[in-house]
Write a protein that binds this ligand. Structure first.
Ligand SMILES: Cc1ncc(COP(=O)(O)O)c(C=O)c1O
Length: 294
């Protein structure tokens, strides 16, 4: 549950947080977002999340003055106020509020909303069983590398999957190419090699996806960015997903077909163990996060 909000310069109770009904985020989904977690009081991979936020803002031509309005001090202050050592922080920047018109004025002030919640953890039984996922046609736009708040296709796909008894959906193109889950990247294990779809404009370049590739390499597991299709996915020895929220989560069923033995596989467990070990000791946290600890 969100326990603290920040809107355009002011911290407040989430119940009192207000954004204009004319905000372009609400009217058009005209904005971008990030989700960052903290482990034991350290904002995990914050620099990478902020770098992606820059890229997403640039990709949608939304000018944001990070020097005048730096994000990091707000995050640190929010963690201090909530006292959460394990937090989930949502950052949304929209083009701002103006009379509803597809064309936005050049001088519009962006809207910044940041919310703070305790970091949810996955149920142990679910993590051990692994997720069941359903494949769906990838109907999203051409720039999925932008972490845009226009998530309608993702929301529809995940809700449809849930109604059919699956945990998530995997986007697949008409030609059968496998892309990613609705809010996580995808990996498979084939003959001892870990494969993940290439970080083109067709998928979100997951901060966790990149970090998982580094974890795998560190423990001596070969890992490659490579395209693969739906048929290849079904024959994989193991499949798993990665995201800031689920970390590394095994997928044991795709469209009613078990993957491998239908249980979370050894490579998935090894990668997740390395992720858990390293996320608390990684020395890549920003200087500011380290200041928070001291
Ligand atoms: C479509 C999609 N793919 C992948 C991810 C995983 O990204 P990250 O690891 O940066 O959380 C997300 C996260 O929200 C997402 O929405």
């Amino acid at each position: 549950m969100t326990e603290l909000a920040y809107v355009n310069g002011t911290f407040c109770d989430p119940a009192d947080a207000k954004v204009s009904v004319e905000d372009r985020g609400f009217q058009f989904g005209d904005g971008v977002y990030e989700v960052v977690v903290s482990y034991d009081n350290r904002l995990f991979l914050l620099d990478r999340h902020l770098a992606r936020l820059h890229r997403s803002l640039e990709a949608i031509d939304l000018p944001y003055d990070f020097e005048a309005h730096p994000i990091e001090p707000i995050l640190l202050e929010g963690l201090r106020r909530t006292g959460f050592r394990d937090a989930m922080v949502y950052i949304q920047i929209t083009r701002g509020a103006c009379s509803r018109d597809h064309v936005a004025p050049d001088d519009l002030a962006p809207t910044t909303v940041i919310t703070f919640a305790r970091r949810p953890t996955l149920d142990d039984a679910y993590r051990q069983k692994g997720a069941g996922v359903m494949t769906v046609r990838d109907e999203r736009w051409a720039n999925c590398f932008v972490k845009a708040i226009t998530l309608l296709p993702n929301v529809l796909a995940k809700n449809r999957a849930r109604r059919k008894g699956y945990d998530d959906a995997i986007f697949v193109t008409d030609s059968g190419e496998v892309r990613e889950c609705t809010s996580a990247n995808l990996f498979l294990v084939h003959a001892g090699t870990i494969l993940t779809p290439p970080r083109t404009e067709s998928i979100l370049h997951g901060v966790t996806q990149g970090y998982v590739m580094e974890c795998a390499a560190r423990i001596g597991l070969p890992v490659e960015e490579r395209r693969f299709d739906n048929a290849f996915l079904r024959q994989a020895d193991e499949v798993f997903m990665s995201s800031t929220s689920v970390e590394v989560l095994g997928i044991t069923r795709v469209d009613d077909q078990p993957i491998g033995k239908g249980t979370v596989g050894p490579v998935t467990m090894q990668v997740h163990a390395e992720f858990c070990r390293s996320c608390r000791v990684t020395n890549e946290d920003t200087a500011a996060s380290q200041r928070l600890v001291s």
